[in-house]
Design a protein around this ligand. Structure first.
Ligand SMILES: Nc1ncnc2c1ncn2[C@@H]1O[C@H](COP(=O)(O)OP(=O)(O)OP(=O)(O)O)[C@@H](O)[C@H]1O
Ligand SMILES: [Mg+2]
Length: 147
């Protein structure tokens, strides 16, 4: 799938919001500036968030709870995590029970850690757009209708 503009990235997030549920993990992979936060912003806005979601690069984990969003969401940015062990303290395993996890830089913990995640990879294209590919696990097969 091609995302030609920042608006396309936001719109993809909005479309994801229509099919996500608590317990899901959406992994957003791709180089610096690929549009990961933009997709997360579109998704959070469509779940009800009124203010623009900040990038969680410094907080690492940015939680959102009702009534600001429809159900609990953790927006996570693992860019600054250097060792997988550092992530244990973030409480992601417990959070997964009742929250949606949106994870930027998921590869910091290794792909296997996210075996049931909807894994979206973004690449920059020479013309300034973004190319998106999806790795779709069983839990998403009847929901990933976007390509
Ligand atoms: N599909 C797109 N086409 C062109 N530009 C885009 C697209 N999506 C997002 N952008 C722009 O790319 C820039 C970086 O976007 P964003 O912050 O979402 O990237 P990121 O992947 O989260 O970066 P980081 O790795 O720093 O967290 C922003 O200026 C954004 O508007
Ligand atoms: Mg980002």
């Amino acid at each position: 799938m091609r995302l030609s503009s920042p608006e396309d990235s936001l719109a993809l997030g909005e479309r994801l919001a229509a099919v996500v549920r608590p317990g899901d993990v959406i992994a957003l992979s791709g180089p610096l500036g690929a549009g990961k936060t933009s997709i997360a912003r579109g998704l959070l806005a469509a779940l009800g968030l009124e203010e623009e979601a900040p990038s969680p690069s410094f907080a690492i984990v940015q939680p959102y709870d009702p009534p600001h969003v429809r159900f609990p969401v953790l927006h996570v940015d693992l860019y600054r995590i250097e060792e997988p062990e550092e992530a244990e303290e973030l409480g992601l395993d417990e959070a997964r029970e009742d929250s949606l996890l949106i994870v930027e830089w998921p590869e910091r913990l290794g792909e296997d850690y996210w075996h049931d995640a909807l894994w979206l990879s973004l690449e920059l294209t020479p013309d300034g757009a973004r190319a998106l590919t999806a790795k779709v696990p069983a839990a998403w097969r009847d929901r990933w209708l976007l390509t």
